[in-house]
Design a protein around this ligand. Structure first.
Ligand code: CMC
Length: 444
């Protein structure tokens, strides 16, 4: 193989407004088509690479691989831009509620007033879960992690909705999407209630999506729960900011699971399992635990030092992002919401918030974090907001899953509707033993 193996050069503009990239392998030129999207980097189509060279590409962690084409979410990590269907996250967070954003992500356009009312009504009419599903909860220990419960219960929905399980039928897919979006708040709230030994609360359809969720979480049958609009708005914003994030690990998991034809409930359950990890959705929980562990501003230096130490596995949770290398626009909005919520609750002197602000300031001035472009991500502040709202740390990732269900189901639907869709099947660079014979037991 020559040193020119990865030298691409642009070819002439060819058919269908495509250009070619020329890859030179062992002195032989191979032309590969280049496609442009509406915005963002172009891609080189390597689907013929194996046929033409007998080689695969090697890209663990998908650092340079576009695994699909998608029209849902666009991120420019260098500019700190996040667009859902073309609309900047800042405008959506300020002007829309979560269900409007869900409609946008699913259907491609913002709803008008009539469509909004219709969609709100459809979702409300699906909020209850089958009474038999309730029994699943008692199979879990009371101290089970809510994400363990969510993986199980959401997967179990597959056993309840045989009437809409034909994934090739667009109507069935739509019904499943509505069911998932409507039931997730109920399922998450039940996981919380179960852990506390409190009665489950049935949904109340005169409330908004988020107010209803808060009532199912914090209300009880003995007295009325009156949602505070500032806190409802804050949680709604958390949901908007987490609703989709293009081809992240859990979304790719949902797509991969779905590529085999698996049902949407099983796919979303797979997404929840992936989201649980501390490098992904589990970061908000891990971030709050980290702040508790640091405990005091005087110890920030010690932890920054640990985060920089190559021999220490400790990382500053809530810092860094695979795509955002300038700032995470969601973090900016979350910081703002954090102030609003702490003001509303009279918690301006909240110990962890002060600690978070100090940690952020020190890290942003530190050469290590600056040079590696490590900035606070959305989870740095979302944990503090959620804690102030009364949500227990263990449930943070569950709230993330509730919000991301919208993105997952939209991405799953986009994949299923794509006529070019194929089962996901990555290849590998094999580094194990070559073929050998099994020796008899006494010779091993
Ligand atoms: N603290 C200290 N060092 C870090 C951190 C951190 N939080 N994040 C990355 N680094 C270092 C890392 O050790 C590596 O150093 P070196 O070049 O010397 O090997 C360098 O920065 C590049 O990091 P990486 O891990 O190769 O970057 P990545 O793009 O693979 O990982 C990440 C991104 C989010 C997994 C990582 O930054 C991280 O683990 N952050 C903490 C967890 C976290 O907050 N995750 C939430 C992400 S946002 C929510 C979501 O979308 O799920």
């Amino acid at each position: 193989m020559t040193g020119e193996f990865f030298r691409f050069s642009d070819g002439d503009a060819t058919m269908n407004t495509q250009r070619n990239a020329t890859l030179t392998v062992d002195g032989k030129n191979i032309d590969l088509p280049v496609y442009s999207g509406s915005i963002g980097p172009e891609v080189i189509d390597i689907r013929q690479l194996y046929a033409k060279t007998g080689m695969f590409t090697f890209d663990p962690g998908f650092m340079s691989t576009a695994a699909c084409k998608s029209a849902i979410t666009y991120i420019d990590g260098d500019a700190g831009v996040l667009l859902y269907r073309g609309y900047p996250i800042e405008q959506l967070a300020q002007n829309c509620d979560f269900l409007e954003v869900a409609f946008l992500i699913l259907k491609g356009e913002l709803p008008n007033a009539r469509e909004k009312e219709e969609f709100d009504t459809i979702i409300k009419r699906h909020t209850m879960v089958h009474e038999q599903l309730i029994r699943f909860y008692s199979g879990f220990r009371r101290d089970a992690h809510p994400m363990a419960v969510l993986v199980g219960v959401v997967g179990a929905l597959s056993a309840f909705y045989h009437d809409a399980m034909d994934i090739s039928d667009e109507y069935h897919r739509t019904v499943s999407a509505h069911r998932l979006i409507a039931k997730l708040p109920n399922i998450v709230a039940m996981a919380y209630k179960y852990g506390r030994g409190e009665p489950f609360m049935y949904p109340r359809n005169d409330l908004s999506y988020t107010a209803n969720f808060m009532r199912m979480m914090f209300g009880n049958p003995c007295e009325d729960y009156v949602p505070n609009p500032v806190l409802v708005r804050a949680l709604d914003r958390i949901l908007i900011l987490h609703a989709d994030h293009e081809q992240n690990a859990s979304t790719s998991t949902v797509r991969l699971a779905g590529s085999s034809g698996a049902n949407p409930f099983a796919c979303i359950s797979a997404g929840i399992a992936c989201l649980w990890g501390p490098a992904h959705g589990g970061a908000n929980e891990a971030c709050l635990q980290m702040l508790e562990e640091i405990g005091d501003v005087s110890r920030v230096g010690e932890y920054i030092k640990r985060a920089k130490d190559k021999n220490d596995s400790f990382k500053l949770m809530g810092f860094g992002h695979r795509v955002y290398k300038n700032f995470d626009p969601r973090a900016k909005l979350m910081r703002e919401t954090c102030h609003e919520v702490l003001n509303e609750l009279g918690l301006h002197d909240d110990r962890l918030f002060k600690l978070a602000v100090a940690l952020e300031k020190i890290a942003l001035e530190d050469e290590y974090f600056v040079s590696k472009k490590l900035y606070p991500n959305v989870d740095f502040y979302s944990g503090i907001v959620q804690r102030a709202l009364g949500i227990p740390t263990q449930l943070f990732t569950g709230i993330f899953a509730l919000a991301r269900t919208v993105g997952w189901i939209a991405q799953w639907n986009e994949m299923i509707s794509d006529p070019e869709q194929k089962i996901g099947r990555p290849r590998q660079l094999f580094t194990g033993a070559e073929q050998r014979n099994v020796p008899p037991l006494d010779k091993r």
